[in-house]
Design a protein around this ligand. Sequence first.
Ligand SMILES: [Fe+2]
Length: 300
Amino acid sequence: MDPSHATTGPVSHREPPRRLGQPNLGFGIGLRGAHFDTLWDHAESFDFLEILSENFMAFGGKPRAMLERAAATFPIVLHGVSLSIGGVAPPDEGYLRELFALIRAVRAPWFSDHLCFSSNFGVEYHDLLPLPFTEEAIELVAGRARELQERAGVPFLLENPSYYMRYADSALDEATFLREIVERADCGLLLDVNNVWVNACNHGYDPRAFIEALPLERVVQIHMAGHLVLPDVVIDTHGAPVIDEVLDLYAFTIARTGPVTTLLEWDHDIPTIEVMAAETDKIRAAAARGAEQGAASWRP
Ligand SMILES: [Fe+2]
C-alpha cells in the first residue's frame, strides 16, 4: 500500500488542545557530542534541546559541563531508551533515582520514553521491542506510566515506537492500544511521525488514518527523523534527512493539533550543526504549512 494516500480534511476541535498544560517549545535538536563545540555559534537556530537521559546520568566531565551550559541557554527535555516500561520486571529503581535527579537538575518540563520493553530482570536486549496490543499490556503500562508521572512531578510522554514484528495475540489495533494507555495513565504522547511512516510502509496501513485515530490532544511533543529504505523493509535509522513525504505527514498532523514542540532526531552519521539548522528550517516550513491549513479548526 502507498502510505502517502490522502484521506479526509482537518479535524475540528471545539476547544484548544490541552497538551497537559505544557507550552510549545518550538523546534529543537538532540544535544550530541558531535555538536558540543559548534552548537553555540548557531544557538539562535534552535529553540530547545532534547537529551538522551542515559547519556548524562552519573556522568561528569565535559558532557556534564556541556549539559549545564545548555540548560542555562535552552529549555531541555529528557528522552530515555532504557525505561522498559512494558517489561515483565518493573523499571529499575536505581535507574529511576538517577532519572528523577536529572529531571530536577535541568528543570525539564517533561520526560519521555518508548512504548516498548528493552530489558527484564537485569538482562538488556539492546533493542526497543514491541508489546502485544492487548488489554493486559494496556493495564501494565498505564499503571506504571501513571505512577512514574506522579513520582517525577512532571508530565511523562510515551513515544510510539517503530516495530518490525507483530504478535499473533494482539487483539487490538495499534491506535486503540496507544489511546487506551495514555488516557488511562493520563499521560502525554510523544508522536514520532517518521515512526508512523516507517510502520505504515512495513505493516501496510494508511499513516493519515492512523494519525487521525490517535488522541491528538495528548501530543505534547513530536519527533521527526530520517530512515533507510531497503528492498523488503524500511528501517528507522535516525541517520538521514527527513523525506518530503514525512514532512507532508507532519504538516497533516500539525493541521490537526496546532503548533507542537518538534524535535529533529539524528543519531547516526550526524551532520554538521549547519546542516542540522537547515533541516530544522525545513521542519519549521512544514509546520507553517500545516498550521495555515488547520488554523481555522484548532484556533480557540
Ligand atoms: Fe523518536
